[in-house]
Write a protein that binds this ligand. Structure first.
Ligand SMILES: [Fe+2]
Length: 291
């Protein structure tokens, strides 16, 4: 793993998302948490309550920034003012890397606020690579792209989602935020083998992993982030850790949020797999050292 700039942060261990219902518990109890993930867009202001909270959190905890609006696959350039504020926040939090989604969602400055899957075409590869490179260059920190859950596909796609992910990260020279729950959700919705996906990604580029729960309906799965992680997702996680080694892991829980301890305890289940990976911590990818 020498030379992989992402895995030098493997001491980050298991984190959870920083969510408003947990603020009072965190400030009063000061629980031991490896790190918190924040949604960057919630803190792109100069002052006020969000920044007061953030500064208090930063006094005691490590933060990693996760974004929802860089839209690496959108045809239009990202808003320069958005990027400027994002960079300001990067400097404030000292986030070691920054993540956002492999999707599109804006047209000519109008934002959908949705993470819309991309057509997996060469045209989309080239555009996405340029956007990721621009973001990495401007923000001056490593960027990792997250695979999204999806409910639609394009007849124009020229490759599988995992082939698309491979092409983007190799060409952009960036990391992967591997969301194994998203892989599971999409595998059911689109009828592919989720383990084939995990086995096909360049393990040496996995900077972080997301785990989460979802809601199952009769004909599809919705990525609701409001349940514990199910066993098939843990199996994908176990395989991802086996391939990528000890990797910073984050539990997403965004709706019907239970107590802090319930969320944290669910996240800490990841340690069962992470601890086993600690001694070796070697990826089976021949891409290690590229980053
Ligand atoms: Fe995620």
């Amino acid at each position: 793993m020498a030379g992989n700039r992402f895995n030098s942060y493997s001491d980050h261990g298991v984190g959870i998302g920083l969510r408003i219902p947990h603020y009072s518990h965190i400030f009063s109890q000061k629980p031991v948490v490896d790190w918190f993930e924040i949604i960057s867009e919630n803190f792109l202001c100069d002052a006020g309550r969000p920044m007061q909270v953030l500064d208090r959190i930063l006094e005691q905890y490590r933060i990693v920034q996760h974004g929802v609006s860089l839209y690496f696959g959108s045809a239009t350039e990202p808003d320069p003012e958005h990027l400027r504020r994002l960079k300001q926040l990067v400097r404030r939090t000292n986030t070691p890397w920054l993540t956002d989604h492999l999707c599109w969602g804006s047209v000519d400055g109008t934002y959908t606020h949705d993470l819309i899957p991309l057509p997996y075409t060469w045209e989309a590869v080239h555009r996405t690579v340029e956007r990721v490179k621009q973001a990495q260059h401007y923000l001056e920190i490593p960027v990792a792209v997250e695979n999204v859950s999806s409910y639609m596909a394009y007849k124009d796609s020229e490759m599988t989602e995992w082939e698309f992910l491979n092409e983007v990260v190799e060409r952009a020279d960036c990391g992967i935020l591997l969301d194994v729950n998203n892989i599971y959700v999409s595998s059911v919705n689109h009828d592919f083998d989720p383990m084939l996906y995990v086995n096909s990604i360049p393990a040496g580029r996995v900077a972080q992993i997301h785990i989460a729960g979802h809601s199952r309906y009769e004909k599809y799965i919705l990525d609701t982030h409001d349940h514990p992680v199910i066993d098939p997702v843990w199996q994908l996680y176990a395989r991802a850790i086996e391939r990528a080694g000890y990797t910073p892991t984050l539990l997403e829980w965004d709706d019907h949020i239970p107590t802090f301890d319930e969320v944290h305890n669910e996240a800490l289940k990841a340690n069962k797999y992470l601890e086993a990976a600690k001694p070796a911590a070697q990826p089976d990818s021949n891409l290690a050292g590229v980053l």
